[in-house]
Design a protein around this ligand. Structure first.
Ligand code: PMP
Ligand code: GLU
Length: 396
């Protein structure tokens, strides 16, 4: 009998970390592996933000903060949401957490009963389906493909809704597809959800600033769903602060209170030094961060040009975030030098072992025909990685 609970036994390890750990272990064993696994900016945290953290330590911000975060931080978030997204949220509607990951789990914990359904447009970010399992829910998938830029339509959404649907959860810009929904597309989705008041939208906007194709729109800006939406965002991507673990949710009052309740029993709130530094970060002019976006943009174009020449890869030009999600169906069902390729996880493992390039298979994103590459890596590594993959696959 397993000592581990059934609930945890149903969960998988996060595939992003599984693959990045494998790459790390191979490197430690002296193998020259290029890892394009974890999606995290490879930039340093801007100096101003670091200074704010030093100041916070010296000013003795060493005690618990209020559970949903320091008021000054929630005010800075409220101002940011107004400035960048034209959204009006009072500090009482904001809950600061240990990363956007926790913010999403807070909201799911707050609204889900056993057996409730969560609609996940596929591909989805790895942790969504696992979090749904953790809170006793059931994911309902809406499958998309590269032909529609991996986006769902309002019509597909309407058809997936049942009396048990509690949540619609998606990221825009999307990890892993790199697509984002336009204002028009979101409005059509909002109109559907507004007809089903039992549904909460969890709108994960963590890649908001990493957008090369247009302006970011939050679904919460459509008044018909403001009361039904939790906006999720955080410091990890825009400010290269993944390890500082600060994320937040902005919700209607009833839901914000519920997140506060969850968090008060689970974590007591987020790290105080990182919270103080986040105030400085959010008060920076977004133009000060453009150098990172410009760099990602350049790398995206570079990888796209190189990837087009890789045999058996079908890829679109992602308009946001920092991932490529090529369709590699060509290799599925094939035997590559004695390795059976049943799905894209097998294929990702094949690339790791035969090309020394680590990426993440698409199975845990709900797309077993695709693989994910993060291009938050140096140009030199990206060029070398694409070269290795091309060389390895040209023979098949
Ligand atoms: N949402 C998406 C779509 C992500 O890619 C990530 C990965 N960082 C997160 C949420 C979690 O971010 P955080 O580091 O703030 O927990
Ligand atoms: N969000 C990043 C990714 O998708 C970091 C890893 C994680 O949080 O799962 O690679």
């Amino acid at each position: 009998m397993s000592k581990i609970s059934d609930r945890l036994n149903r969960l998988s390890y996060s595939q992003t970390f599984v693959m990045s750990n494998k790459a790390r272990e191979m490197k430690a064993a002296g193998i020259d592996v290029i890892s394009l696994t974890l999606g995290e900016p490879d930039f340093d945290v801007p100096q101003k933000i670091k200074q704010a953290a030093f100041d916070a330590i010296n000013e003795n911000y060493s005690h618990y903060s209020p559970v949903p975060g320091f008021l000054e931080l929630r005010q800075a978030i409220s101002e940011k949401l107004k400035r960048d997204n034209n959204l009006t949220y009072k500090p009482t509607q904001i809950c600061v957490s240990n990363g956007a990951k926790q913010s999403i789990l807070n909201v799911l914990t707050a609204v889900m009963n056993d057996g409730d359904e969560v609609i996940l447009p596929t591909p989805y970010w790895v942790s969504y389906d696992e979090m749904v399992k953790l809170v006793g829910g059931k994911s309902v998938f809406i499958k998309t493909s590269i032909d529609t830029e991996f986006k769902i339509t309002a019509d597909q959404l309407e058809k997936a809704i049942t009396p048990k649907t509690k949540v619609l959860l998606y990221s825009s810009p999307c990890n892993p597809s790199g697509s984002f929904y336009t204002g028009e597309e979101l409005e059509a989705i909002a109109n559907v959800i507004a007809r089903h008041p039992q549904i909460t939208i969890i709108s994960d906007e963590i890649y908001e600033f990493i957008n090369y194709g247009g302006s970011h729109v939050s679904i919460a800006s459509f008044p018909q769903v403001y009361e039904q939406t939790a906006v999720i965002n955080g410091m990890s991507k825009a400010f290269a602060m993944t390890g500082w673990r600060i994320g937040y949710s902005a919700c209607p009052e009833w839901l914000a209170k519920a997140c506060d309740k969850v968090q008060g029993q689970m974590t007591s709130g987020a790290n105080t030094v990182a919270q103080r530094a986040s105030i400085t970060a959010l008060q920076m002019d977004p133009s000060e961060l453009q150098y990172m976006i410009r760099e990602f943009h350049k790398r995206r174009d570079l990888v796209f040009d190189l990837m087009k020449n890789i045999k058996g890869f079908t890829c679109n030009l992602p308009k946001s975030a920092f991932y490529f999600f090529p369709d590699i169906s060509y290799y599925i069902g094939k035997n590559l030098n004695g390795t059976e390729i049943k799905d894209s996880d097998d294929f990702a493992m094949f690339l790791l072992e035969n090309a020394n390039v680590a990426c993440v298979g698409g199975v845990s994103f709900g797309s077993p025909e695709c693989i994910r590459f993060s291009y938050a890596a140096s140009e030199k590594d990206l060029k070398e990685a694409m070269h290795r993959i091309k060389k390895c696959l040209d023979q098949f």
